[in-house]
Design a protein around this ligand. Sequence first.
Ligand SMILES: Nc1ncnc2c1ncn2[C@@H]1O[C@H](COP(=O)(O)OP(=O)(O)OP(=O)(O)O)[C@@H](O)[C@H]1O
Length: 412
Amino acid sequence: MIKFDAVHKRFPNGTTAVHDLTLELPEGGITVLVGSSGCGKTTTLRMINRMVDPTSGTIRLGGKDIREQDAAELRRGIGYVIQQSGLFPHRTVLDNIATVPLLLGWGRRKSRARAAELLETVGLTAEAGRRYPHQLSGGQQQRVGVARALAADPPVLLMDEPFGAVDPVVRIQLQDELLRLQQELNKTIAFVTHDIDEAVRLGDRIAVFRTGGHLVQCAPPAELLARPADDFVADFLGAERELKLLSLTTLADVPVQPATTVRTVRDDAPPPRPGSGPHLVVSARNEPLGWLDPDAGAAGPPSPVRPLRDTDSLLAALNESIASPTGLIARVDGAGVLTGVTSREAIHEQAGRRHQQAARTQLTAQKTAPATQKTAQKTAQKTAMETAPENGPENGLDTTPAPGGSAPGGSI
Ligand SMILES: Nc1ncnc2c1ncn2[C@@H]1O[C@H](COP(=O)(O)OP(=O)(O)OP(=O)(O)O)[C@@H](O)[C@H]1O
């Protein structure tokens, strides 16, 4: 869908932000761009919607050279979400979302109806739509930013650290929502983040850049984690990359031992005798409720259990097996009913197998830059940066109406 071919960007002050970039962003996939600060991620993103023009090379969108398209028109077909949401402060949330449809000439009624629909899609109430951006939390503002980017149903979304300014809990919620939306909408998404966990969670492919605008490796998360191209990528992924790999694997293939492997006790039954070992407390419906060890000192409430489904990750299973007094995890079906248990050892074994499997995976025919540099500086100070974007406003919204479109009212 988006194809960079030998793209180079050198700013007038001499800074090379992007160096000879050849990269494909497949249709309907999320490609995450990561790398140290100042390595050219934002510039790469902004070249897609022509907020920055390459010095040389070609970018094609759906097979067509983007230079052959009018920049404003091109941008209206590309949703753009930035970290501080970039909302118009003096316009209501609903009007913010309706901006692009209005510019495209949909008319006020249809544009607002579309905005109202999207408000619901991103989990906000109609009441929130009547507020102004400053009357919303940071997380809510980001949702509005996503809704606005989706308003004209563009096939492409550019997201530049969209969840960077919210707390970790809200961040996970927003990531979940994006994944849910993406299942329905199937957009081609280019997503910039500093957070490798976010990249692993969201990306179909992850492109790792290093200082000087060099692409070092682009691969699906599992492949990247199992086979980093060089020390820079390995360093960037962090010491726990094997654990991150487990977060991508489900429990489905790990054998379930029968529930009889573990002693169970109903929550309404008398407590187990001392000396009888740890028991899994279950409800009348056979749902795991906690672990009870009659020999573990003063009788107290059962210690918590987190029952796991086949769709849960191997990382969650490992975590739970460490916390479990028996080393066993409780497996449940979709209704939360106990189906059996799995041992810490079985989880370990599967984790090892998963790693070997990922390491064996052939690197697919993706373009990677030569991995010559063994080590690289983890961070780089941004050089003298001209703050104003090259072409158009920061939020990527040119507010000149399209031919036949109408200005969205108020002064933007
Ligand atoms: N308009 C500009 N004029 C001059 N230099 C620029 C301009 N925009 C960016 N740069 C420089 O280009 C390099 C890449 O910047 P860019 O913003 O693309 O990096 P980034 O990877 O997105 O950084 P960060 O992760 O810190 O947001 C940096 O050295 C930056 O200082």
